[in-house]
Ligand binder design. Sequence first.
Ligand SMILES: [Zn+2]
Length: 341
Amino acid sequence: MATIRSLSKFWALSAFAVYGWLRLKLTRSPTLIILTYHRVLPENSGEREREQPGMVISPANLQRHIKLVRSLGAVAVHLDEWLRKKNAGEALPALSVAFTFDDGWRDNYLHGYPVLRQEQVPATIFLVTGMVNTDDTFWPEKVIALLRTPGINLNDQSLAWLQPYLGDPVRKSTPLSLPEADEIVSRLKNLDDATIIQHLKHTSSLVAKTNDADQAPVILQHGELKEMSGENLVKYGAHTRNHFRLNRLNSKEALEEQIAGCQSDLEAMNVNSVPIFCYPNGDITDGGEQLVAAHYQAACTTKTGWNRASRNDFDLHRFNLHDGNSSTTRMLLATIGRSLA
Ligand SMILES: [Zn+2]
């Protein structure tokens, strides 16, 4: 049975890959594929042990993606320039590709930028402006670090808030595996971001002390932003001020802070920013959408698919890529093909 299952999986993957390849090859009217990445970490990076697998691409795979889309005839473009040309009615290639990176991870500079430079590929990084230049990190990474601390006592009083999200009680006394921790992060999304961050403030003493190398900032620092914008290869868009999911914010003031606040932060940073917003977690609400439209010229969602010229600029679709769904040419094409089917 297992053989039949893996064989049918193989053929399904191959069929979607061929389909994806054909759709990309045969497109005639101007089409934009936007690729989404988060973290760029080498295969042997220790940080992978504390990161959701769906967030990570290796530099080698990133480079493979660039070479593949080029071999299909796609032209690598700056997202804002494709939109400008489209709206001005200027000629566009049949197939364009825009590389985007969410959250503003420092590894984008350390491991992604060298690839982008070598290949001369433009990219947009969507920054969480309140995190830039800090030594902070996002709550999912803090939760994973906590749950994977050896000897962690999950019954500690400061973790009472976490109990309803832990699941299988048998596992509660041991440090959790990465997939187990990942699952708990997904469950925690039922809480709002500010609440989780508040709870985590009381748990830092439980997290294992890491070595010096691990103390380095994981979020982009100002000098790195400047350096990457120097050759105009990297531009910066908005991903809110604190990565709060907009559908979890109740007041207009809170929405304003995340959406308009991020815009003013970007301008104050004096880097080559673009007026493009990217919804954290893809969560959109009417109030948020209106504010985004008032402050930006376009917005990226987490909906999958490519963008024809007729696509609304505030509803841009993307393909989210990581090692798990695109580490071979066949997997990458299948990931694209599946969502175009
Ligand atoms: Zn994000």
